[in-house]
Design a protein. Structure first.
Length: 238
């Protein structure tokens, strides 16, 4: 099963869960960088109250203006952005009993700031969280795979390039996706619709760091495996 997603900075729980459910994550690195999306900012939730949030942004420079691809976006001041990002996350989650494991796992993210590229930091943050949860899938890059330009055709082509038989689609994608290109390639479109209660109540709004700090890697991994472990789980959720 394949999921295609932009590199998000400490992605929301819905995004992380979708990637966890897939065997392959294709990093959509060659689409336009848009500031309203989550690849350059994330919402941190207070550990004791996930409804209390604040934005964490990485100031980003776009060398080609609005046409700049995600992979080409540059961090305006990498050293300052690293210090601020690290300090804000520590401030919110250092009181968690799971903070030592989380803090240690985040070291590669801080090192990624040295690349000067927003996408590198965002992708590394997602990889680190997936690794922490015990995900054993593979990560590929969209710009290195053959695909037609039209949106649904491109997603179908990218999925086919991995040899996957199913494309895992979130609620946003289901609003625009044309299933015809997938059907033509013998690919199933599988809706990914997680619950909306408990830890999922704020899953579309805040970073998955909150759930990790709240439950710990083992606890969150168990929740995600329970969500995706049944062959009928995605169909039932739909």
């Amino acid at each position: 099963m394949c999921a295609v997603h932009q590199p998000n900075l400490f992605p929301r729980l819905t995004t992380l869960a979708k990637l966890f459910a897939a065997d392959t994550w294709i990093v959509l690195d060659d689409v336009q960088f848009t500031r309203r999306d989550y690849q350059h900012r994330t919402r941190l939730a207070v550990l004791s109250d996930p409804d209390r949030t604040r934005w964490l942004s990485i100031p980003t420079h776009l060398p080609q203006g609005r046409q700049t691809a995600i992979r080409d976006a540059l961090i305006a001041d990498p050293a300052s952005a690293r210090r601020r990002t690290e300090a804000m996350i520590r401030q919110e989650y250092r009181t968690s009993p799971h903070w030592p494991a989380l803090h240690s796992a985040l070291e590669p993210v801080w090192a990624a700031f040295d690349t000067g590229r927003t996408a590198a930091v965002a992708e590394t943050s997602t990889r680190v969280l997936l690794d922490l949860l015990g995900w054993n899938g593979r990560v590929l890059t969209a710009s290195r795979l053959p695909a037609r330009p039209e949106r649904s055709e491109r997603l179908a082509d990218l999925t086919a390039a991995t040899g996957a038989g199913a494309y895992l689609c979130g609620t946003g994608g289901m609003t625009y996706l044309d299933p015809a290109p997938f059907t033509a390639r013998g690919i199933t479109v599988a809706p990914f619709l997680p619950p909306t209660t408990g830890i999922w109540a704020t899953a579309r709004c805040v970073t998955s760091l909150w759930a990790l700090a709240h439950l710990g890697p083992t606890g969150l991994s168990s929740r995600l495996r329970a969500l995706t472990g049944s062959p009928d789980s995605l169909e039932a959720a739909a």
